[in-house]
Design a protein around this ligand. Structure first.
Ligand SMILES: Nc1ncnc2c1ncn2[C@@H]1O[C@H](COP(=O)(O)OP(=O)(O)O)[C@@H](O)[C@H]1O
Ligand SMILES: [Mg+2]
Ligand SMILES: [Zn+2]
Length: 294
């Protein structure tokens, strides 16, 4: 592959001049941090964590894009109240949907005319679609590309790991022991494909009772922290179960859009701060020539 510096990437949109790999390489150079949100099993709130992390960072003023590579169960557009299909620019690039001026969203769901139809994807086809997302979307300069993947360690996270060599994983878990067994699988997957791990976040970590000041540890709490310690990974925080999150997801209006404060929002801020802290830390650990890429 031809050596590339960001300047020579100006003309990247002309596909006939450059290979798809080179196109992806050039586009990724303009994105500082690529974060893959993953989990061992479904329903732990991976898409919610990806969406809320993206929203929080965008509200702090960062340029953020959220990419939904959950090809079988895309849920990001619904969660954010985005409808319609993606536009294609005159130069053939896919234009991400805008949730806000600095939060762009791309999901397979927004490419399908009929969002209720089941789509059957075989492995190589999935890789091709993810490749197309990366190569053909107009990402421009970003601080964060946050990628929501389906549960497990299948084709999609593998494709992301192959296509984005400097992606880093955020692993989501719930506190109970069965979920934590799956976390270990995710961690082993990351180590195998050489995907650095930012850390572990525990979701649905107890409920702050809406009627009194009490705290109810539904699935118990603390398992995420213990696993992180055991696996020598940073623990990024614990997000409580909040019925408003379920409702917000169903209505397509994230709770961050409401003015009221809540333990969930508080925990979310702390989680985002931990992510930023870990990324700064890993950046300072890079060799000086690598830093220029970030
Ligand atoms: N912290 C939370 N509090 C309450 N509900 C949550 C929380 N996180 C996720 N949910 C809800 O749990 C369900 C599954 O979440 P989702 O993010 O789609 O999980 P996954 O992507 O892991 O399958 C959704 O209804 C979502 O609104
Ligand atoms: Mg999901
Ligand atoms: Zn109570």
């Amino acid at each position: 592959m031809k050596a590339c510096d960001a300047k020579s990437c100006e003309g990247c949109s002309s596909k006939d001049k450059q290979s798809r790999e080179q196109l992806i390489h050039c586009k990724l150079l303009r994105i500082k941090h690529k974060l893959l949100v993953m989990s061992g099993k479904g329903g732990v709130g991976k898409s919610s964590v990806a969406a809320y992390l993206a929203l929080t960072l965008a509200k702090q003023g960062y340029q953020v894009a959220l990419l939904d590579v959950d090809l079988h169960g895309p849920s990001i557009p619904k969660m954010l109240g985005l409808r319609g299909i993606l536009d294609i620019a005159a130069d053939g690039q896919i234009i991400p949907q805008e949730y806000s001026s600095n939060l762009k969203v791309v999901s397979i769901e927004s490419m399908l005319e009929d969002t209720d139809s089941a789509v059957i994807w075989r492995g190589p086809l999935k890789h091709g679609v993810i490749q197309q997302f990366l190569a053909d979307c107009r990402w421009d300069d970003l601080d964060f590309l946050i990628i929501d993947s389906p549960p497990g360690t299948g084709d999609e996270p593998l494709s992301v790991a192959r296509l984005i060599p400097d992606a880093k994983a955020i692993i989501v878990t719930t506190p109970q022991e069965v979920a934590l067994a799956d976390v270990r699988k995710s961690i082993n997957f990351c180590r195998k494909v050489k995907l650095n791990i930012v850390g572990l976040v525990e979701n649905m970590s107890g409920l702050h009772c809406p009627h009194c000041e009490g705290f109810i540890p539904i699935f118990r709490t603390g398992g995420g922290k213990r696993t992180a310690e055991r696996m020598k990974l940073p623990f990024l925080g614990a997000l409580p179960f909040d019925p408003a999150v379920v409702e917000g997801g169903d209505r397509g209006r994230p709770v961050l859009e409401e003015d009221t404060d809540s333990p969930f929002k508080q925990a979310l801020q702390e989680f985002a701060e931990s992510v930023l802290k870990e990324l700064k830390f890993s950046e300072s650990a890079l060799a000086p020539e690598m830093k220029t890429l970030h």
